[in-house]
Design a binder for this molecule. Structure first.
Ligand SMILES: [Fe+2]
Length: 246
């Protein structure tokens, strides 16, 4: 397995003073995001994959960054989080939705929580529906939507207390109220796309252009196999990626 940075934009400064790197785990098509304050060098990783832990540590070292937080957008079913392993190596704090109700995380998040990194903050948006524990993370004009809103799609809602109606509401009533120019960074893409904007998705996301009832019906009619590693990944993620103890 290798980790790649996006070929188009390996590093970009979206807002002055913020470093953003989009990293990709090929085996699960998972995007991981490194956000950092360019001046103070405080960093946050969103949705890191356990098998890539060494690469993250190398990258932090290379960029001279100090990892303050690891945030998971939800309890993943397709990969195991690197949160526990990174905490052990760096002393960072790990965070996930309070709806996950787990004891291994340092912070349990809800919409009243803000995560500081340097002179910047990440706001927490509760966006349940794909799973009960889904959060999106908003910073400056970027939103990290996990599996809730994908490029021209959305996450499935048929396991982990998923609820298609709730997913529709989270996207249309919460994410779609953000300014159109807000950059959307999803947790997955299977077609080589790396980001989109709220405005683009309001216009062109074929699922979200449906009425709520039609969306719920479409989601119910999808007959998808379970993720290959769900029975290993979910219990491991409920233990911050370290099922045998940190
Ligand atoms: Fe997911």
């Amino acid at each position: 397995m290798t980790m790649q940075t996006s070929a188009k934009k390996p590093e970009e400064r979206i807002q002055s003073g913020i470093i953003l790197r989009q990293l990709f785990d090929e085996s699960t098509s998972t995007f991981t995001y490194l956000l950092a304050d360019a001046d103070g060098r405080e960093a946050v990783l969103i949705d890191p994959v356990r098998e890539q832990t060494k690469q993250y540590l190398d990258l932090l070292d290379e960029l001279n960054l100090k990892l303050d937080y690891v945030l998971d957008t939800h309890i993943h079913a397709d990969h195991i989080t690197a949160s526990g392993a990174l905490r052990k190596k760096t002393g960072c704090r790990t965070a996930v939705s309070e709806a996950a109700d787990i004891h291994c995380a340092d912070l349990l998040l809800n919409e009243s929580t803000t995560i500081p990194f340097g002179s910047h903050v990440i706001r927490v948006l509760e966006t349940p529906g794909h799973t009960r524990t889904c959060l999106s993370y908003l910073s400056e004009k970027m939103v990290f939507t996990g599996d809730s809103l994908l490029v021209d799609g959305c996450g499935r809602a048929d396991f982990q207390d998923g609820d298609a109606g709730l997913l529709y509401d989270s996207i249309t009533q919460k994410l779609f109220t953000l300014p159109d120019e807000t950059r959307v960074f999803p947790a997955h893409d299977y077609h080589g796309r790396t980001s989109t904007t709220i405005g683009e998705q309001k216009q062109s996301n074929p699922r979200l252009r449906l009425k709520r009832d039609d969306f719920v019906r479409l989601m119910a009619e999808m007959s998808l196999p379970l993720p290959r590693h769900i029975h290993e990944a979910v219990p491991a993620n409920l233990a911050c990626g370290e099922p045998n103890g940190a």
